[in-house]
Design a protein around this ligand. Structure first.
Ligand SMILES: [Zn+2]
Length: 441
């Protein structure tokens, strides 16, 4: 056979393929995977040395809030995707609750045009559901780069929340693609609010937004999904009850789990981190933490996201419950999950299933999420043996803090490759932003 010429060969790594792990050199041509098992005689313009590393498909964070347009002192598409590639993430799906929100054709068009020159990684865009845009959602969800519609049934503000069954059902009847739901029940949240006082301990967050707030919301969404036949993706599932319930509705619903719910445990995390542990739905007690891991192990969870949602230190330090809810996470999810792999909590193959193949499958991302010939040449190269402490000064997000500061982890991202371009190697971001919108089925 004639030697082949590639643009890039990734040499000497252990590849996590959909059908198992294998030592193989990968040939890349025109931004796509051209060969698994390139030979010594083949030539390449660029050789990426991967000896001692594991070569994963480009990992996808399907749940980030990059706040653009918004306050660039906290986060932006430029800085948030910089954080992503430093953390070993090759693609992000970005939430619509920006200022203005992505809920109409004009704002979507702005974002579609803005991303390529400002994103270091590839990019999917959520469109937010509102009462005003319900009739346009079937059109909006088909636009280029749109990963899906996001509906906030609770815990949002202004136009971006639809809390009643009638409004949610109307959204479900406009369009066909899977909708991502923040399912917490707004009525129960509001009813319980007077039980608490400003300045109460941060751990009260678990009591205000209790298990039933989450479970009730998820039951309502799933019932409406069955009634309308519209598939639902329940983001940040946080309770044992929801996980058991969702197992009986795999025909219509998929589930996302957050890194934080697999890593931190209440009430200890509130004592340790104060407002920096506050997110929605809350980090809960050990019973839910154990249930989350059981669901990761038995396949009930489809995707893992970070719910990266930066706030300023001032906003995080406000007395509860006025503390801004949300944590940084896009840069830390890979090292934290690799540490879980090293601790034996899940296999590297399952991590890839949850962080690459899963998001691609749930959202219908074309040619992403697996190492296979013809797919985009996106890779996350990781060093499973490297031990390092996560520090605030490593965080590229301008807000400048991580709830995992001081955590010593084993397993670290070594390089991020997006469509055949090395965009991060050894903690250095390389090249100008050249992200591209993902194509979705
Ligand atoms: Zn979120």
């Amino acid at each position: 056979m004639m030697p082949k010429r590639f643009d890039m060969v990734i040499r000497g790594g252990v590849c996590v393929l959909p059908w198992g792990q294998a030592e193989a050199d990968i040939g890349v041509l025109d931004g796509r995977i051209a060969a698994i098992g390139a030979r010594d005689a083949d030539t390449a313009d660029e050789v990426v040395e991967a000896a001692g590393l594991h070569v994963l498909p480009g990992l996808i964070d399907p749940h980030v809030h990059l706040r653009d347009p918004g306050d660039a002192r906290v986060e932006s598409i430029l800085t948030g995707t910089r954080a992503a590639v430093l953390g070993g993430i090759a693609t992000v799906f970005d939430m619509p609750n920006t200022s203005p929100a992505v809920t109409d054709a004009a704002t979507l068009a702005w974002k579609q045009g803005f991303v390529p020159a400002n994103a270091h990684c590839d990019f999917g865009i959520y469109v937010g559901a509102t009462r005003a845009n319900t009739g346009e959602l079937a059109w909006l969800e088909r636009r280029h780069g749109v990963c899906g519609v996001k509906l906030f049934a609770g815990s949002s503000t202004g136009d971006l929340m639809i809390e009643d069954d009638e409004g949610i059902e109307a959204v479900m009847r406009h369009g066909v693609r899977r909708i991502a739901f923040h399912a917490e029940d707004e009525y129960r949240l509001q009813a319980r609010r007077p039980m608490f006082r400003t300045g109460d301990p941060y751990a009260r967050h678990m009591d205000w937004r209790d298990e039933e707030c989450a479970f009730l919301g998820t039951r309502r969404i799933v019932a409406l999904a069955h009634r309308t036949g519209r598939p639902a993706h329940i983001v940040h599932v946080s309770t044992a009850e929801e996980l058991d319930f969702l197992a009986g509705h795999r025909d219509i619903a998929t589930a996302e789990m957050l890194v934080n719910h697999l890593t931190q445990i209440g009430p200890d995390c509130y004592a340790e981190l104060g407002g920096y542990a506050v997110m929605n739905p809350p980090i809960r007690d050990r019973r839910h933490y154990e249930a989350a891991w059981a669901a990761v192990r038995d396949g009930r969870v489809d995707t893992i996201g970070s719910d990266h949602a930066p706030h300023s230190r001032a906003a995080k330090e406000r007395p509860w419950p006025d503390t801004a809810a949300g944590l940084t996470g896009v840069q830390t999810s890979v090292p934290v999950m690799l540490d879980h792999v090293n601790a034996g909590r899940l296999s590297l193959g399952r991590m890839v299933d949850l962080m690459a193949a899963g998001p691609a499958r749930v959202y219908g991302a074309v040619a992403k999420g697996r190492i296979a010939v013809g797919f985009d040449a996106d890779f996350s190269l990781v060093d499973l043996r490297r031990t390092r402490t996560i520090e605030n000064d490593w965080i590229a997000t301008p807000a400048g803090w991580t709830p995992f500061a001081g955590m010593r982890v084993t397993g670290w991202p070594a390089a991020t490759i997006v469509r055949g371009r090395v965009v991060m190697r050894d903690d250095e971001v390389l090249g100008a932003p050249a992200g591209r919108l993902v194509t979705f089925h």
